[in-house]
Design a protein around this ligand. Structure first.
Ligand code: NAP
Ligand code: MG
Length: 453
């Protein structure tokens, strides 16, 4: 056991939402000048950096990711916070010409009280992907971190006070999905729900949150992203990016390339190199400097990954590397590479969320595109080829929120992130991420006839 954490119930949710409502309707946050909100968010970012070692430590003991990765996640989160801090005094509408003696303009206003529910795979980063644009817009927040990883969110609480964020603007509620998450997303005083997690819970939230009012909803859900490697590709680079994407964060990443489609002429070469590269990965103590991969988040997740690997074997795939638990202490899984995977197998359809590279063979480009799109998900996709015309054709054809060419799993604060189909609704990051926290208000003013030009 690491720590004992209080568990918020429906009555706590009610108190927190009412505090956020009061802070939105009567508190000073949204009426502060943009530059004042910006200053406070920059204070926060400085405070995070002053505490980076402690936060990284908490993230590692909570989540199990390598310390260096946790440290990077925090630096990336600070970039997100500073990016949106910069927006605070640049949120403005437009004037729009219209017929008649009227002046029309559009204001952008904060959407209101936001319920934010995040998962355990990137606890700190997901917190900031949601909180930073909401605060920049002038919203107030009730945040539920994942039950498995509440520590860094709770640590942040006192930094908000120190930075000058007024009381009630952010409320952090550790608790379980059913007993805390459900009443939160249902609460009639909440204006917007922003969720990251599994597609099944995404559906649940979508059905649940509109019981009392029509909340704005953004969902960032699962994926089974296809990465297509064509025969003219730089195979070394395709292997490196595929491995990095698939094994990143112990494979617990929504945009992991969960299906690698390799053209038959280069299939054997790809497999050989992928196995060699996967073998080099260091799995173990996340505090060791050379660690590439820590444990899975929980026994349940580890068991599920191993169950899916077994299922792959039963259905006829070949385990080329790994496939087993590593040792018998902690939830470590060997870096695993699986070949001879064909369409219809469970591991070709379901999100594995573990350190497993799933490789499929294809003959023609059109076939690869069709198979890549044959998924309920559409979060990420990739294509490796030296032919840019082919690359552009493929990027246009793939149904995914982000399509990579000759790289994979590159993420920037400036570029929108989100999914097609069952991978979600809406976008995070960049300007689009901010727009999810803003309402448009059209103002039409009668002016004197002789005021017209
Ligand atoms: P999850 O159940 O979707 O959990 C995500 C968050 O939603 C957690 O904070 C969770 O609370 C909360 N939640 C659960 N049920 C809820 C409900 N009915 N109403 C409101 N909130 C609710 O994800 P998980 O169980 O942790 O992981 C299961 C699978 O989800 C993984 O194997 C993976 O496929 C997928 N996943 C995807 C992502 C992603 O980035 N897209 C991230 C994590 C997991 P608790 O604290 O009780 O869990
Ligand atoms: Mg769950």
């Amino acid at each position: 056991m690491i720590a004992k954490i209080s568990e918020a119930q429906a009555s706590d949710v009610d108190l927190a939402v009412k505090a956020a409502r009061k802070a939105f309707d009567h508190g000073p946050w949204r009426s502060y000048s943009g530059s004042k909100r910006c200053r406070i968010l920059l204070n926060l970012s400085d405070l995070i950096l002053q505490n980076i070692e402690e936060i990284a430590y908490l993230e590692v003991i909570d989540n199990g990711k390598p310390y260096n990765w946790a440290y990077d996640d925090i630096n990336e989160s600070v970039k997100v916070l500073r990016y949106y801090a910069g927006y605070c005094d640049k949120i403005h509408g437009t004037t729009i010409p219209m017929e008649g003696p009227y002046l029309a303009y559009v204001r952008k206003e904060p959407v209101g009280v936001c319920a934010q529910v995040i998962p355990w795979n990137f606890p700190f980063m997901m917190f900031w992907w949601k909180v930073a644009p909401a605060l920049a817009a002038g919203c107030t927040i009730v945040m539920k971190p994942a039950e498995l990883t509440p520590l860094t969110a709770l640590f942040l609480g006192h930094l908000f006070n120190e930075a000058g964020v007024p009381a009630g603007v952010i409320n952090i509620l550790p608790g379980f999905g059913l007993t805390c998450g459900t009443p939160l997303v249902q609460h009639p005083l909440v204006d917007k729900v922003a969720f990251t997690g599994s597609t099944s819970v995404g559906y649940h939230i979508m059905r649940n949150c509109h019981e009392h009012n029509l909340k704005r909803v953004s969902l960032e859900l699962g994926g089974k992203s296809a990465n297509i490697v064509l025969k003219d590709a730089d195979i070394d680079s395709a292997v490196t990016y595929s491995i990095r994407g698939a094994f990143c964060n112990s494979g617990q990443s929504c945009i992991a390339p969960g299906r690698i489609y390799v053209q038959e002429e280069v299939y054997d070469e790809f497999i050989k190199k992928a196995v060699e590269e996967a073998k080099k990965r260091v799995v173990g103590d996340p505090f060791k400097k050379d660690c590439d991969q820590g444990p899975q988040i929980s026994q349940k997740q580890m068991d599920n990954v191993l169950r899916l690997v077994e299922k792959g074997k039963e259905e006829g795939a070949t385990i080329l590397l790994g496939g087993k638990r590593l040792g018998n202490k902690g939830f470590f899984i060997e870096s695993t590479v699986i070949g001879d995977v064909i369409e219809g197998m469970t591991i070709a359809k379901e999100e594995i969320f573990g350190p497993v590279l799933v490789v499929l063979k294809f003959k023609t480009l059109d076939e690869a595109i069709e198979r890549a799109n044959n998924s309920k998900y559409g979060l990420g996709a990739g294509v490796f080829t030296k032919n840019m015309e082919v690359a552009i054709k493929v990027t246009n054809a793939l149904k995914a929120g982000t399509v990579y060419v000759n790289c994979y799993d590159i993420c920037a604060v400036t570029t929108p992130f989100g999914g097609f189909k069952d991978s979600g609704i809406g976008r995070e990051l960049g300007e689009y991420g901010l727009s999810g926290y803003l309402e448009l208000k059209t103002v039409i003013i009668k002016i004197a006839d002789d005021a017209l030009p």
